[in-house]
Design a protein around this ligand. Structure first.
Ligand code: SER
Length: 880
């Protein structure tokens, strides 16, 4: 039997022999794509090569790429376990051509590899092509010698591949493997590959890459047609090892076998209870590879995915009777079986097992209590006839017992329940808000701690440079000063000198890295716990750091530049506001972040659109001037004399720093700025609103943020244009015309209803009854509005000559009734207001009015008939 490792090796060798460079799998974490959580296809590491943005020394490549599909467009998480061939982690074999060969060679290579190299029976292979790809249709006939009826045309859903909302894409051709009629699961003995049936296995996807979709929704052709193919290693292995699902291959069996031993189950018991085994086998691979690629369990993003799959696997273990940690054992099998090809597994093997054990132990402490809580909850809710776990309860399970939402969802589903996921998200957001308050409290404590360390002020060199050599002066972990800290510790670290800007004056702190030999510390924020003292809040990714170490501190320059764009723009905005609104429009606060800026200023009324435009124009004109930005130090007095803007209520030392935009603005400021205003690129005001009495807030964007903002608007406009089928530029007129049309139609409808109502008057008049010699007519009618109802009432009254009319209608879902009485009967003591009020009580309302005409509303529309017919009884009572 051929092993999965051999298949991988032979695939790579085959393509190497055909001019492809074997490229090692990239990390699971995409280096070049912020929109992707994980690499989810073999082509992802080559995305920029396809688009022409990156050039490599080869035009043909082949890989076996580590992939994860747990989110976004390609999400297979929910299928893992029940499905015989879906995975979180999997390996994708692929061959790639970057503008070199195209369809003919791609088809030839794939066909030859499968039929000649792997010896698959050609009769079992069924190519599919994209709807109108006649070229591929002809090529398949020519190359594989297949008759036309063996080639199936499928639509974009199956045969058009794109990475996600953006990125390269193109039509594709898939090779489907026919597992034979005995594998049929759809029940139709003549089923075809267009049917959803396990008989037909999608084996290999050949994508004819031709286009690129951009963030603004537009699509452009790639520089040259290219090839991206993907052959799931687990699937081809199942075919070549002649088993009917991926889990029974040598890829997963050793893991499931180990689990079976650990659970002390027989093979029959395992087969009878296969889902947990499959989930554990799948997740063990994901866990091992994620940790090997540097992901740690946590509550956000990728870290959350790791925690989620790990805890999910642990819960499935419990279903097999496991009450002790076992995932280190199953991940060890992954390391043993795959470590030869993926050496990172072996290199970080001990670490992987430590992380797994620690996380699993932590979770097991609360798992059974949490599950008991969940059981109580479902039986309690079930007895109330409810089927949904409320969001706050799901959040409690997350917060108190460490249940990821996905786990709660799984467990709830097994009991026939769903989870209010929106409610969960809301509870999560509320907690984050509370946590922000707690951080402030923590900051006060931090100041105390740093004071006690008695450190020298930090030398800040970040105005001149973004990296520097420095010495570690102090390390703080869990609120205590320590002399050293090791991998994965979350620490705060103080250096003698630093280029990291510590959060202040509205400008956020820098992020970046502190490194030395074998040491990588990721800085997630920088603050100033004491005046002049800079602290770097960080996590040690690898290595150990000790006080006295010599390190290199490197700021994330790109982010720093985005921040500088917003900071310099803030100064321009400040000056422009004062020009347009008057000198009173002074800054009272600001936030300068990489994505946007927020600027609070004094002004009594809302700014007009015209004023906002003017301000925006002034700032953008100044950007186009590309005016130099310079800084200098001076004394506070001198600065004041020169009319430099100083912020009210701000404390300045004797020596101050002046930021000067040549010919435009001068402000005291400690922030990091650009060299010239042109670097801002572009400036847009997103919003202007009140934030308290006499205080307004502007939110604005620059540079990349501005580009994203404008694109977003354009996308929305295009979408509107599409929806109303308008030509570009005529969206507003088209929408206005449509609105008018709706208005006209509504009016027509009302007229029609009035007409119908008038017609029904005649037939209803006959249904009047006599009560003690008085004609009484009651009816529930259709009426679009109160006026129509009143009109009808008047008409009835006129027809009766003398009598009582009581009409009801449901208008806008609310019940309403009107009583009208002719003057002669008012004299006999009948009172419309009293009748209407008493009748309306039956529909949960009340009301009243004059003796001859009254109207009353209610809450319960279903009681309208009862209320209206009760008027007869009320008249009877009143007359007797
Ligand atoms: N990118 C394609 C897929 O993921 C082929 O590799 O199916």
């Amino acid at each position: 039997m051929i092993t999965s490792a051999e298949i991988r090796a032979r695939f790579l060798r085959y393509f190497e022999e055909h001019g492809h460079t074997i490229v090692q799998s990239s990390s699971l974490l995409p280096g070049n794509d912020p929109t992707l959580l994980f690499v989810n296809a073999g082509m992802v590491p080559f995305k920029d090569v396809f688009t022409g943005a990156e050039v490599r020394p080869y035009l043909r490549a082949t890989t076996s790429q580590k992939c994860m599909r747990v989110s976004g467009k390609h999400n297979d998480l929910d299928s893992v376990g029940p499905s015989p061939r879906h995975h979180t982690f999997f390996e994708m074999l692929g061959n790639f051509s970057f503008g070199d060969y195209f369809k003919r060679e791609a088809i030839t290579f794939a066909w030859t590899f499968l039929t000649k190299e792997m010896g698959l029976d050609p009769d079992r292979l069924w190519p599919t092509i994209y709807t109108d790809d006649d070229e591929a249709f002809a090529l398949w006939q020519e190359i594989a010698g297949l008759p036309p009826e063996r080639i199936t045309r499928l639509d974009a859903k199956s045969n058009y591949w794109s990475m996600g909302d953006t990125g390269p894409n193109g039509p594709c051709s898939e090779i489907i493997y026919d597992r034979g009629p005995e594998a049929c699961t759809c029940g139709n003995p003549n089923c075809t590959l267009a049917d959803e049936c396990d008989r037909w296995l999608e084996l290999w996807n050949l994508v004819f890459m031709q286009f690129e979709t951009h963030a603004d929704g537009t699509t452009t052709p790639l520089p040259r047609p290219s090839i991206d193919t993907g052959l799931g290693l687990e699937r081809i292995t199942s075919v070549l090892q002649n088993v009917d699902n991926n889990y029974d291959t040598d890829v997963f069996m050793p893991i499931m076998e180990r689990m079976r031993e650990l659970a002390g189950m027989s093979i029959q018991e395992m087969r009878a209870n296969i889902v947990p085994f499959r989930v554990i086998a799948d997740h063990s691979r994901a866990i091992a590879f994620l940790i090997a690629d540097g992901v740690m369990p946590g509550n956000e993003g990728r870290n959350y995915v790791l925690r989620m799959v790990l805890r999910r696997a642990a819960r499935f273990g419990r279903k097999l009777g496991m009450d002790r940690p076992f995932l280190a054992e199953t991940t060890q099998v992954v390391i043993d079986t795959m470590g030869q090809h993926y050496v990172e597994l072996v290199e970080r093997g001990a670490f992987i097992k430590d992380v797994v054990t620690q996380e699993e132990e932590r979770f097991l402490q609360t798992l059974s209590v949490g599950l008991t809580r969940l059981e109580e909850l479902t039986s309690e809710l079930g007895s109330q006839g409810k089927q949904t776990i409320p969001g706050d309860e799901a959040f409690r399970l997350y917060d108190t017992f460490g249940f990821p939402l996905e786990l709660t969802r799984d467990a709830a589903e097994e009991a026939g329940f769903s989870v209010d996921e929106k409610g969960f998200a809301a509870a999560m957001a509320a907690q984050k808000e509370r946590a922000r308050g707690a951080t402030r409290f923590a900051a006060d404590n931090a100041a105390e701690l740093y004071r006690s360390l008695d450190l020298k002020p930090t030398v800040f060199c970040g105005y001149e440079t973004c990296d520097t050599q420095a010495t570690v002066l102090a390390i703080v972990r869990n609120g205590e000063s320590v002399s050293s800290a090791s991998e994965n510790s979350e620490i705060s670290i103080v250096l003698d000198t630093t280029p990291f800007y510590g959060e202040s004056g509205g400008q956020v702190g820098d992020t970046g890295y502190i490194v030395a030999n074998d040491l990588v510390i990721e800085v997630t924020n920088s603050t100033r716990p004491l005046p002049g003292l800079f602290a770097h809040h960080a996590i040690i990714r690898t290595g150990t750091v000790s006080v006295g170490d010599s390190v290199i501190a490197q700021v994330d320059e790109e982010r720093r530049l985005d921040i500088a764009r917003n900071h310099t723009a803030t100064h321009l905005l400040h000056r422009a506001l004062r020009q347009i609104l008057g000198e009173h429009a002074a800054q009272s606060g600001s936030l300068v972040a990489p994505e946007h800026l927020r600027f609070d200023f004094s002004h009594l009324s809302a700014m007009s659109t015209e004023q906002l435009r003017q301000v925006e124009d002034i700032v953008n004109a100044e950007i186009r001037q590309d005016a130099p930005v310079s800084t200098r130090e001076t004394s506070l007095d001198e600065a004041r004399q020169q009319g430099v803007i100083a912020l009210f209520g701000e404390k300045y030392g004797d020596r101050v720093r002046v930021v000067n935009v040549e010919g435009f603005s001068s402000e005291l400021c400690g922030g990091t700025h650009l060299h010239s205003t042109g670097q801002i690129g572009c400036f847009f005001i997103k919003s202007e609103a009140s934030v308290g009495s006499g205080l307004r807030r502007i939110e604005a964007v620059t540079g990349r943020g501005a580009l994203a903002f404008v694109r977003n608007h354009m996308d929305r406009l295009n979408r509107v244009g599409e929806l109303v089928s308008s030509r570009p530029g005529e969206e507003a007129e088209r929408v206005a015309a449509l609105m008018q049309e709706v208005k006209d139609q509504r009016k027509n409808l009302q007229d029609l209803q009035r007409e119908i109502a008038a017609k029904s008057v005649d037939s209803l008049t006959d249904s009047a009854v006599e009560i003690s010699g008085t004609k009484v007519l009651t009816a529930v009618v259709q009426a679009v509005d109160v006026d129509t109802l009143r009109d009808m009432c008047d008409q009835f009254r006129d027809k009766l000559g003398s009598g009582v009319v009581g009409l009801g209608a449901v208008i806008d879902e609310k019940p309403l009734l009107i009583v009208s009485i002719t003057a002669d009967l008012v004299k006999r003591g009948l009172h419309a207001g009293k009748l209407a009020g008493a009748a309306a009580r039956l529909m949960g309302g009340g009301g009243g009015g004059k003796p001859h005409m009254a109207q009353a509303g209610g809450k319960d529309a279903s009681k309208i008939e009862k209320a209206v017919s009760n008027i007869k009884q009320l008249v009877t009572d009143a007359l007797n």
